[in-house]
Structure formats: C-alpha cells, structure tokens
Design a protein around this ligand. Sequence first.
Ligand SMILES: NC(=O)c1ccc[n+]([C@@H]2O[C@H](COP(=O)([O-])OP(=O)(O)OC[C@H]3O[C@@H](n4cnc5c(N)ncnc54)[C@H](O)[C@@H]3O)[C@@H](O)[C@H]2O)c1
Length: 304
Amino acid sequence: MGDLSGKVAVITGAGRGLGREEAIQLAQQGARVVINDIDLPDAKAAAEATVEEIRGFGGEAIAVYGDCADSGDAENLMKTTLDTFGDLNIMINNAGFCRDKTIFGMSDDEFDSVVRVHLRGHFVNMRNATAYWREKAKSGEEVYGRLISTSSEAAFYGSAGQPNYAAAKAGIIAMTMGAAQLMIKYGITANVIMPRALTDMTASGGTAEMFAPPEDGSFHKFDPVNVAPLVGYLASPEAAKISGEVMIVWGNQVQIAQRPTLHEPFINPKGEVKWDVADLHSTLANHYDENYMPVWGGFSVPPV
Ligand SMILES: NC(=O)c1ccc[n+]([C@@H]2O[C@H](COP(=O)([O-])OP(=O)(O)OC[C@H]3O[C@@H](n4cnc5c(N)ncnc54)[C@H](O)[C@@H]3O)[C@@H](O)[C@H]2O)c1
C-alpha cells in the first residue's frame, strides 16, 4: 500500500518544515526524492540535512538549490532530476514565505514577492512537469504523474493581515484545478492540500501560540509530520481516482473541501433581461434581511 518504489519525486522548499517531512515520507514509501530549496546558506544546510536523513535509512535523495519561482532554476531542477534519476513522477509544490501586512500598509514588493514565490513558484514547476508528461505520453510511453499543490485556508476565508498570501493561495487552487482538468486524460492527478503545522513560517506571528506544542509532551497535533502521510497517499497509485480535490490536513484529521455551491439564481421580476437598481435592491435586500451574513470575522484557528 502506498508503494512508490521506482518513482521520482521533486519537493520544493524541502529543507525545512512541511516540505522536509513530505520528502522523508515519500522516501520512506520508496520514492527517489529531489530536495529543492533556495540557494542560501541556512536553507542549503537544512536541505543537506534532509538528504542525509533520507540516506540514513537507505533512501535515495539529492539536493538541488534554486529559487522555485525562477524559470532558469526550475529548468535546472527538472534537468537535474531527469539526469540523475531518469524520470519525474511526483511534483510537490510547497516552497514559500510570508510578508504579512494589512492591505493599506503593504508595499508593492511585499505583494509581488509573496505572489511570486507561491503562485509563480507553483506555475513554473507545474508547467515543466506537465510538459514533460505530455511529451512522454505523446511518444507512446507510459506516464505516472502526480501534482500536489500547497494552498492555505486563507484562500477560502481571506486573511486580513495577509492579502498577498491569501490571493496567491487562492490562485494556486484555480491553477491546480485547471491542471487536473487538462491532465486527467493522461491519468495524471492534481490535488491541493491546506495544511496546518508548527514550522518556521508559523513559529512567529499571530499563530505561534496556537501552534505551540502541548507542555505535557502529549500528542502534538500541529507537528508537520502529521501532514506528510496525506501527501504520500495522494502521490501513490492507490489515489489514482482522486483529482481536482482540496483537502485541509492537520493532526489526526483530513477534511475534504466541498466544491463551491451556488444559491438558486434570482431572476429579474419584471421579466426583462437587464435589471434596474430598485429591483435589485428589493430582491437582494429581502434575501439578506433573512440571511444576514456579516463579513467573516476570523477563524476558529487563524489561517497561515
Ligand atoms: N505551516 C502551516 O501551518 C501552513 C499552513 C498553510 C499553508 N502552508 C504552506 O505550506 C508550505 C510550507 O510551509 P512551512 O510552514 O513548511 O514553512 P517553512 O518556512 O518551514 O518552509 C518553507 C521552505 O521553503 C523554502 N523556500 C522559501 N523560498 C523559497 C524559494 N524561492 N525557492 C525555494 N525554496 C524556498 C524555505 O527555505 C523553507 O525551507 C508553504 O507553501 C506554506 O504557505 C503552511
């Protein structure tokens, strides 16, 4: 069950946090793994340590450094993967960082850099992986492909202090759904996880206290290790029928997001195509009087 022997997986941002646990999980399931992280001393040391840990239990791993959102670095990641292991089967987009600010205080750079690392980071690696699989399928070869994207509950509910991050994470869902639709004919799946975990990203800021380990040393539901098995499952042959799904995952729970549902449409009571403002008001005010929906005021657990 979950056997990934012979499969090759790339995980971006896998030196630390969730990516690290996901890489270890896939290697434990038998995959040969490519650990990507940014070309900076701390990140490289962390990526090296992940590689060593995997080799320590007899797994196969290499590290490839580079910016997940840079086309040249992403091409190098793909090329090194194929040169080293001869194939690519599982592309896990995970890397990213936060620059939290409210929308009125956010600079262009804080917006652009976060959208870039998450959304463009997913884009360039999904493009390279899907192009490779498509070419392979067209030449008659058998293809095994799994795309796993990393979003956040901030994409569903917004996040008042993270407009850049919430927007990027929402874009990742839309992009992954499109990839799922496009690649289903090749038997390739694309899914999205929304994790919650105590990592460097969440250790400071508003969520730190909530994610802190229990003082009595009991089961730590926000240990990133709890997220990794779902990634291992979605990457596996057993999950072949699961595609275009979004799943919240933390602790001992996995929650499937229901696909968006729409209210019954309101039809212009005058029978004309174009509404006027007065009719819209009487129709919608009636509805909202009965279904008052205050703006979402926060999370039972804050999003990250
Ligand atoms: N921790 C949570 O609760 C949580 C919740 C929702 C979503 N996420 C998402 O999960 C993913 C992993 O987050 P984490 O909590 O493990 O954070 P983390 O900070 O522990 O790990 C992120 C990793 O990405 C790497 N990275 C950053 N920029 C990079 C770049 N340009 N190229 C390559 N690597 C880069 C970092 O060096 C680091 O190793 C992120 O996409 C994050 O948004 C996390």
